[in-house]
Design a protein around this ligand. Structure first.
Ligand code: AHR
Length: 489
């Protein structure tokens, strides 16, 4: 019998809802054909796919990152403003395609307002200049009688867009990136971008470009940008056809968050920096099948991937003091929970844990103590893309516990990573009792490789209530499942 022990007084910290953020990039069918499909009977008069908007609303994203990703390093934002017919069609070198520029800054902001999310814009530090980045901030947020603010007004937007979050380039370390730099070069350039952007609007928050949180790049960038930024970004994608490797690889995020937290703490201490610096984990997901531009990154997800995604969210909850923003990459069609064709859409397996966690995880994270079977990975099983074998053995049950401010409403997210065995568990409360019923939301299936498709949603979420009283509650977590338990105390 496994045990999950919860003491509602053992608080870890506050969960920032921005960890349920999203990301859309000009890549494959994410924007064009996903978010924005002009002329489609499924789109509204603005060209926004209504069905995608509806599905996206279910994910309750508080923040949306745009326009890339690799795309941004060749993107000139001025190409995407003004009358659509006059916008230039350009060669796009990040993903070897053509960019019509029909979706630009105004369309993005309009989309954010429709979805009720905060816009997060990443600037071009590849082919883009400091001047362009400064102008973009002024175009979006300027209130003066200046060229850029007046151009925004001339383009139909009187009031400033007030974009708060600005990323200083994307993955500037990678040779796949247009204009890649060494860490030292990046720091030198990013400091200057940061200065002019912040001088233009002191209220903005800046995100420095990190790698996977554990590298020398991260160390140099954290140290070099600490006086200038509010967040250090981390990108980690994981995935494997081997179920255990797949569901345990997200623990790479545990290591990344621990490590980068120490780097930040040291830099702040050494440099006497008073403002807080947190992690913006602004790209994460399972991604290993559709890696090339030809695939348009149209990854199809299975049940095992849904467990990996839930594990990521549990990791973010447990590290709530470090990670304040996280953006699932991406929102539609491209490595995404929502998948469209011209007539329809379906929800991928990963949609369900994302929705359940966004709906039920609460503001206060509690320290859940778990006693259960463990699983070890061999080094061979965890070589790519992120090594985690040394962090094992891993609990078969991955658990996060959150509650509301009063401590009377409890949510447990329990991922049973065992593909073959259910786990009988006692949930034991300290100095508290269940008040009668527990709502059980469950995502499971008969096979870790089960996938969804148009008209065939094999992996879905179910809901039921069960009786619960006293300090103990017994529950059996099915093999290969994500369970969200919501209980009044
Ligand atoms: O999300 C897909 C790509 O992954 C992004 O464009 C890039 O930032 C990362 O390498």
């Amino acid at each position: 019998m496994a045990k999950i022990k919860i003491d509602p007084e053992r608080k870890v910290g506050e969960l920032d809802r921005r960890v349920f953020g999203g990301f859309i990039e000009h890549l494959g069918r994410c924007i064009y054909g996903g978010v924005f499909d002009e002329g489609s009977p499924l789109s509204d008069e603005r060209g926004f796919r209504r069905d995608v908007l509806e599905a996206a609303k279910g994910l309750r994203m508080p923040i949306l990152r745009w326009p890339g990703g690799n795309f941004v390093s060749g993107y000139h934002w001025t190409d995407g403003i003004g009358p659509r017919e006059e916008r230039p069609r350009k060669t796009e070198l990040a993903w070897f395609s053509e960019e019509s520029n029909r979706f630009g800054t105004h369309e993005f902001i309009e989309y954010c307002r429709t979805l009720d999310v905060e816009p997060y814009i990443c600037v071009n530090m590849g082919t883009g200049t400091m001047d362009e980045a400064q102008g973009w901030v002024e175009y979006c947020n300027g209130t003066g009688d200046t060229y850029w603010a007046n151009l925004r007004r001339a383009n139909g937007q009187e009031e400033p867009f007030n974009v708060k979050y600005w990323g200083l380039g994307n993955e500037m370390y990678g040779d796949w990136q247009i204009g890649a730099l060494s860490a030292e070069e990046y720091v030198k350039k990013a400091r200057e971008f940061a200065k002019v952007m912040r001088w233009t609007d002191p209220s903005i928050e800046l995100i420095g470009c990190g790698l996977s949180g554990v590298t020398d790049w991260d160390r140099v960038v954290v140290e070099g940008l600490a006086p200038f930024v509010d967040y250090h970004s981390v990108h980690i994608y994981t995935g494997s056809d081997d179920h255990w490797s797949n569901v345990l690889a997200p623990h790479a995020a545990d290591r990344a968050l621990r490590t980068v937290r120490s780097m930040i703490e040291r830099a702040r201490y050494e440099q006497g920096i008073e403002h807080p610096i947190h992690v913006a984990y602004d790209e994460w997901n399972v991604w290993f099948r559709a890696r090339t531009a030809e695939t348009k990154l149209e990854e199809r997800y299975n049940l095992s991937d849904a467990l990996a995604v839930a594990t990521y969210l549990n990791v973010f909850a447990r590290h709530c003091e470090t990670v304040k923003i996280a953006n699932l990459a991406q929102m539609v069609n491209v490595i995404a929970p929502i998948f469209t064709n011209k007539e329809d859409l379906f929800l991928q397996t990963i949609y369900h844990p994302l929705k359940l966690c966004a709906e039920h995880m609460q503001e206060v994270v509690l320290d859940a103590h778990v006693v259960c079977e463990k699983h070890d990975l061999t080094v061979e099983e965890s070589t790519w893309p992120h090594r985690v074998a040394d962090m094992g053995p891993f609990d078969v049950l991955d658990v996060s516990a959150t509650c509301d401010g009063s401590g009377r409403d409890l949510t447990l997210v329990v991922v049973n990573r065992d593909p073959d065995n259910s786990v009988q568990t006692t949930v034991q409360l300290t100095d508290a009792a269940f008040d009668g019923t527990v709502t059980v939301h469950e995502v499971t299936g008969d096979d870790p490789t089960a996938t969804n498709d148009f008209g065939k949603e094999r992996v879905d979420a179910s809901e039921r209530t069960v009786d619960a009283g006293g300090a103990d509650f017994e529950h059996t977590f099915p093999a290969c499942s994500v369970t969200v338990l919501r209980a009044g105390l």
